[in-house]
Design a protein around this ligand. Structure first.
Ligand code: ZN
Length: 145
């Protein structure tokens, strides 16, 4: 049996899922993927100003794990800004504190039930390539891109 990985607790959804440099077509840009749990680490530590101890408690992970997630997030954001990449915030192994939200599977298009136990993979096909849907206006769960 593989060790069951802990889902990182995320309290707030990102208000925007894609940041793109102005004036350049997206097709010509490199993209950096930041997971929702990395975004949350960045939000807690660098925006809310929590200590790493408090922030790791908030996400219900160990301090070394939090430190790793935060370092990865910082380096991705810096790398994206410095090099003029698209920053895409989606996916990752996490669960929302209030159990709400809409995720779509990129492989089969199914919507992922946020009230179920496992929010890091598609219940229909098992894919872990999930995309945050809520903030894309006009889209409904199950819509194809
Ligand atoms: Zn699927």
């Amino acid at each position: 049996m593989p060790r069951r990985k802990r889902h990182r607790l995320v309290t707030k959804e990102p208000p925007v899922s894609v940041y793109k440099p102005a004036g350049i077509p997206a097709m010509e840009l490199e993209e950096i993927l930041i997971s929702i749990d990395e975004f949350e680490a960045l939000r807690l530590a660098d925006f809310e100003g929590l200590s790493q101890r408090d922030a790791s408690t908030a996400m219900q992970i160990s301090q070394p794990t939090f430190n790793r997630v935060l370092s990865s997030a910082r380096s991705k954001v810096a790398s994206g800004i410095v090099q003029g990449y698209v920053l895409r915030i989606e996916g990752g192994r996490y669960r929302l504190a209030d159990g709400t939200g809409i995720l779509e599977c990129l492989d089969c298009g199914a919507s992922v039930d946020m009230s179920s136990g496992d929010k890091s993979s598609c219940q229909a096909c098992g894919s872990t390539r999930l995309r945050w849907l809520r903030w894309e206006k006009g889209m409904r769960p199950g819509d194809k891109k």
